[in-house]
Ligand binder design. Structure first.
Ligand code: NAP
Length: 240
């Protein structure tokens, strides 16, 4: 069996997920790129990692569907023999005003942002328990500030942090850590649909770059003594 660690990044065909997968894949992790529909982009992510000398493969699957999740996790372990870290990155951000927010839109946010993280984590944990491991969640400043996407999005991300806290406490004796990364205004397709604030009002006068999320992930991957934490990478828009 390979001694190289295996990391699964959900929603890694584009945006932050792609940047995290490329960085992990270029840093010695065998990397699995999950995506839902952007096959060409997922293949491109794999090729970027391979060109840097890394080992990567892509697996299609809607992470809000339990059957797809089972197939993806089995696919990872079947192809690479182990699973050491999971980045629950896949998510949606439908911009909608409070007065227009209906039940269907609210349920979509919970399904794609929160249920998906639960399904993937539950399926991954038995494999992580074999040697200890890492659960990572993409939260958002919106979990604490409300943010500018929707009430549904803010609620789903607050739920993600609750899930992370539960796992952090309950998986300590399995040497599995659970932590969240909370970005704000990072260049991506998701953020492009927003009425973005004037750059001059942003702390650094610019949006964040997806690759700027990697130092936080690297610290989480390398630090057994860190669990139950949310790391805000937002140039100081939100401070605890
Ligand atoms: P993005 O550019 O819209 O990319 C979303 C990714 O998720 C795509 O690869 C997409 O796959 C995938 N995806 C969505 N639903 C999926 C599903 N059900 N199953 C599998 N894959 C799915 O988003 P992003 O801005 O990079 O955001 C990534 C994460 O960071 C999200 O959780 C988001 O909430 C969080 N976040 C982002 C920001 C920001 O400023 N960008 C701020 C705070 C939090 P396909 O391409 O195949 O559709």
């Amino acid at each position: 069996m390979s001694e190289r660690k295996v990391i699964l990044v959900t929603g890694a065909s584009r945006g932050i997920g792609r940047a995290l997968a490329v960085a992990a894949g270029s840093s010695g992790y065998d990397t699995v790129i999950n995506y839902r529909s952007s096959e060409t982009e997922a293949t491109k992510t794999v090729k970027i990692i391979q060109a840097a000398g890394g080992r990567a493969l892509s697996l299609r699957g809607d992470v809000s569907e339990r059957g797809d999740v089972t197939r993806v996790i089995n696919g990872v372990v079947g192809a690479l023999g182990r699973l050491d870290a999971v980045v629950n990155n896949a998510g949606i951000g439908e911009v909608i005003r409070r007065e227009d927010l209906d039940q269907a839109t609210f349920e979509r946010a919970i399904r794609y942002n929160l249920l998906s993280a639960f399904l993937v984590s539950q399926a991954a944990i038995p494999h992580l328990q074999e040697r200890g491991g890492r659960l990572i969640f993409l939260s958002s400043g919106a979990a604490r500030t409300g943010g500018s996407i929707s009430a549904a999005y803010a609620a789903s991300k607050a739920g993600v942090e609750g899930l992370m806290h539960y796992y952090a406490i309950n998986l300590r004796s399995d040497r599995i850590t659970a932590n969240a990364i909370a970005p704000s205004f990072v260049e991506s397709d998701m953020i492009n649909q927003l009425n973005l604030p004037d750059a001059a009002t942003l702390p650094l006068g610019r949006l964040g770059r997806p690759d700027e999320m990697w130092p936080a992930l690297r610290m989480i991957l390398e630090t057994e003594y860190l669990t139950g934490q949310t790391i805000h990478i937002d140039a100081g828009r939100y401070m605890t």
